[in-house]
Write a protein that binds this ligand. Sequence first.
Ligand code: GDP
Ligand code: GDP
Length: 435
Amino acid sequence: MLPVIALVGRPNVGKSTLFNRLTGRRDALVANHAGLTRDRKYGEAEIDGHKLLVVDTGGISGGEAGIDAVMAQQSMQAIEEADIVLFLVDSHAGLTPADAMIADQLRIRSKPTYLVANKVDGVNPDIALAPFYELGIGDVFPTTATQGRGVRTLMRRVLEDLPEPLEIGQAEGATGIKIAIVGRPNVGKSTLVNRLLGEDRVVVYDQPGTTRDSVYINYERNENPYTLIDTAGVRRRKNIKESVEKFSIVKTLQAVEDANVVVLVIDAREGLVDQDMHLMGTVIQAGRALVVALNKWDGLETDHRDYVKTELERRLRFVEFADVHFISALHGTGVGHLYESIEAAYQSATDKLSTNQLTRILRWAVTEHQPPLVNGHRIKLRYAHAGGQNPPVIVVHGNQTEQVPAHYVRYLEKTFRKSLRLQGTPVKVEFRTGD
Ligand code: GDP
Ligand code: GDP
């Protein structure tokens, strides 16, 4: 399970700067919450080989009213969902009453909290840091987020203190392919989960396991075991009135991280919206196998269907490897066929790839389309071997490999995927220089 770290503090203390430094801004996912002046951002950080999910909470100042109160509430939700809080204060500005209010809020929540005195550049740390101890949080970690100073020391400490990863309470029954059902609110996730579990041939084992808010449901279909990761929390609701569950990006990202195959549900009536695209980007970034389910296909006019299909072709070019299904979770149409794609994607994502085969494809790819010259020398790519599964990682050895341009990496990934007939999974190509 991906540990979650929330960045909290007044506006302007340097949360975004620290966020960007930790995540390298590679996959910042912006959550648009209607009515918020500032968005929450989510991204992945990797420290000494450990992955963490970082949430930038947008900023709270203590005694909010109106729109700020809503924002503060959002920050509080992020804090609830976090394993660890980094509470940032500003060494230039010194201790403020708002800092004290936030500290009180954090104390009530009793989350493991690290006090980060940012902007220690240009101040005398002995003098500037002293007042922050009054907050009673404990150690003060000095940082300069703009230059990255102090960040590694802080993060190493955070890693040391992290609790052992939460064990997923495995319910009775064998576990198979882990399938996460994800999507924006109201696209039909709950309806789909109920439909998948309600099929005749399905045997559901009771007592699902839970981590955070997602529910893990083990079941068998045609004697094949599966585990469904239900981010909509269908099985946990006690009654129908509870059906409006809070959509949580943290929950979604963790489900994606933990799954083998992600079924991304999209509302065909609304078409592809930005948040769908963001979620899709996250699945690819995480390297997960992907199946796209265009839901609510029932009752759509032919014109509308044509329009949606054209839009899909245009916007999903970067996930051309993923199967797209047009389904109605409500009526059950097309739902059973999802399994064909789920199985195929899982097979592709976990295929054993031989060095021989990969090297042959690499040589062919290089002959078809040579890597560019760098400083007058052509980049040489010699051989390839498998480096991991789900996603398949292909390690390519050669010279000047750090110079391989992005478009050539994409060309190789595509060539490997097509030659190996991999379906439904991204492929990652990594490079090593020398033998
Ligand atoms: P946020 O509102 O908490 O997300 O704060 P930002 O990350 O947007 O930073 C606010 C301002 O402080 C920006 O102009 C940053 O460049 C600046 N800043 C952030 N970290 C540091 C630092 O370590 N030292 C200095 N001198 N400025 C910083
Ligand atoms: P969730 O928030 O993603 O879990 O979405 P729900 O499963 O709660 O569905 C939201 C609404 O869409 C509900 O009113 C469902 O009845 C409706 N819905 C779900 N699937 C379909 C479908 O295939 N066709 C139609 N017409 N409505 C659907």
